[in-house]
Design a protein around this ligand. Sequence first.
Ligand code: RIB
Length: 332
Amino acid sequence: MPTIYDVARHAGVSAATVSRVLNGRATVDAALVERVRAAVDELGYRRNSLARNLRRSSTTLWAVIISDVENPFFTSLVRGIEDVAQEAGYSVVLCNSDENLDKEAAYITAVLGEQVAGVIISPASETATDVTDLLKGGTPVVAVDRRPRARGIDTVLVDNVQGAYEATAHLLEQGYERVACLTGPEGATTADQRLEGYCNALRSHGYEYSPSLVCRADFRERGGFEATLSLLDGDPCPDGLFVANNLMTVGALEALAQRRLSTPQDLGLVCFDEIPWADLIRPSLTTVAQPAYEIGRRAGELLARRIADPTRPAGALMLSTELKARESSSRP
Ligand code: RIB
């Protein structure tokens, strides 16, 4: 029985392209559509929807596609998912998209081929991540941490805008006057919403937005290091810094150390994400804690309910963050 991968090889395209052609997606080049259809006819490929539905109904696998397997936030989030999965009689297969859209699309295609019982995904991009083929194929999908392009699916987010607002307002109210923002890549919900919260705080406290005080990086340590050096070389030089995630904050601390700058004296610092060692370092680090484990649990519960009742209305949960003010932002 030829598979979707046999058709892809025969047509000289990816399995994702075959899937898009079979689902009637308009985004495929006409020549490729013809090649896929010819391969389908020549191989006698038939989508076995009955077997697929039987397999999905019998499969006990959940696929979890996260943005960065090396980020402790996602480790806690996946733990929350897995605990719910185990309680509900499912196992978890973990996929790391690495904040990379091609890798994310390849995992979505692979998951399509495996007919898992459901998918939980942290989309790399709110505008580009495409879960249409999963939804068209009847696979339940829940989005966590960031929104996908597809609307009307279960989502579990935190109030990124409010969390970033509180972080920035805290620095301004401590007396820091040139507060910078280091956020993640454009298109990631968390990056854009945290920048929005930063801008809202500037405005409500009577400060102008200054492009030289805003920088984007890749949500990772090296990107945080280089972006912080760039901000420190900017004009005006910041006296406060709100960093939109844990790994970039590590990079920012490395950059401050290299420039022999101290917190809170030379620069007030706040990190979005709780960090286990935030209380142990000196000065202790001010954070905006997000409930990673709880986000995972809530997403798992939504997926279990979706599998049990595919027709239920989509849930959109927004959990709160908590500003934990410590020494790094307490202006002397
Ligand atoms: O460090 C993890 C957090 O930063 C998550 O919210 C992720 O989306 C990134 O924004």
